[in-house]
Design a protein around this ligand. Structure first.
Ligand code: KG4
Ligand code: ZN
Length: 359
């Protein structure tokens, strides 16, 4: 079954054609990075307008690159939550128009849940029956989404039945990466730059806090870590609230040590919480067979190595997305949409865009 997926929750306009939920025939992403760069963050109105301009060209490109025609598409999946409401509305309206005009079913997909699905995707043709059988080896699973907007863990009974175990109470981990990059003057995109710099630094140079919260907590907090990096870079503000005079700029060596120490704390606390969650599930009689990881930060080199070691120690199959499916994309939307359609689920033209996640 050929599904066209649409994604427009933030600042990427994306469309993808996916066969049988796993085989990605095309994955087109139009980034709006240049439009927002001068404002230091995504401006919602600019994002919505850019989605309007790009959505149909991106769909046409995805269909052409897949080597199919629009009339071959058998279902339309759209990320309808969570995200910037104006941005989501554009994707949802386009998806409704396409589904209606092609006479094919429409399914709305939760973007956060779709990130968990991205590790199941692969490029090119695949054997659908084999992939379905493969699913038995994955579920129940423990899910981890680490991105610029979300940091959360889930119990996944299957691709569709997902229950949240914990999430961040303040910043998302990707947001912390981006802010640390800004403090170190690395610019955008922050996460990959901090990751690259950290590889040249001494991670034991600074002891940054790992926020465990209460001993049982499965939630995350990254704002304390971010503030610790701020004080390390700029010194402590005085009683009058003034920052100390800036001395000479950080050397590249100092920057690298800060990046490495930050990364050790950020990744360390994620692995610690994943272990807690796994043990909690085991106490509840759920033996997770795999760890499904998704979101932009799943591209992080240190996180990938540490989670691989963790999965090995706990005899879990680790499912991390290929690099091209870590960041926001529409292939994951089409994949999860196919799962919904496969069990007879579909939405009608009243499908609403929603700012918050449903998982
Ligand atoms: O999933 P995504 O594209 O968007 C959201 O749904 O938020 O994730 C983007 C986030 C950004 O914060 C970016 O800095 C971070 O993922 N990121 C990384 C790396 N690559 C991207 N963070 C750490 N290390 C990386 N290699
Ligand atoms: Zn995302």
């Amino acid at each position: 079954m050929l599904i066209l997926g649409l994604e427009s929750s933030c600042d990427e306009t994306a469309a993808a054609v996916v066969r049988d939920g796993r085989s990605v025939l095309s994955n087109v992403i139009a980034s709006q990075y240049d439009l927002h760069a001068e404002y230091g963050g995504v401006v919602p109105e600019i994002a919505s307008r850019a989605h309007v301009e790009r959505v149909l060209p991106v769909v046409r490109k995805a269909v052409a690159e897949a080597g199919v025609a629009l009339k071959d598409i058998e279902g339309i999946a759209v990320g309808h939550r969570p995200g910037l409401i104006g941005s989501l509305l554009v994707g949802v309206a386009a998806a409704k128009g396409l589904a209606w005009s092609l006479g094919v079913p429409l399914v709305g997909v939760d973007h956060v849940q779709a990130h968990l699905y991205s590790g199941l995707l692969h490029e090119g043709a695949g054997d659908a029956a084999g992939l379905r059988r493969g699913a038995d080896e994955l579920f129940p699973a423990l899910g981890l989404v680490v991105s610029g907007g979300h940091t959360a863990m889930f119990r996944c009974d299957d691709a569709l039945r997902v229950t949240r175990l914990g999430s961040t109470i303040d910043d998302a981990v990707g947001e912390a990466y981006d802010k640390v990059a800004m403090l170190l003057g690395l610019g955008h995109p922050g996460g990959p730059r901090v990751d690259a710099l950290a590889q040249r630094g001494d991670e034991a140079r600074h002891e940054f806090p790992k926020s465990r919260l209460s001993p049982e907590s499965l939630d995350f907090s990254f704002s304390g870590l971010k503030t610790a990096v701020l004080y390390c870079v700029r010194g402590f503000p005085g009683r009058d609230g003034r920052w100390p005079e800036r001395g000479s700029p950080l050397t590249e060596r100092e920057q690298a040590d800060i990046a490495a120490s930050f990364q050790r704390a950020a990744v360390g606390v994620i692995v610690l919480k994943v272990e807690r969650a796994l043990l909690r599930l085991r106490q509840e009689g759920v033996r997770a067979k795999s760890l499904l990881v998704g979101g932009g930060v799943s591209a992080n080199s240190r996180l990938r190595v540490d989670l691989a070691r963790f999965a090995d120690d706990f005899q879990l199959k680790l499912v991390v997305p290929p690099m091209e499916y870590c960041m926001d994309n529409a292939a994951m939307i089409a994949g999860l949409g196919w799962e919904r359609l496969s069990v007879g689920d579909r939405d009608d033209l009243t499908l609403a865009a929603e700012p918050t996640t449903g998982v």
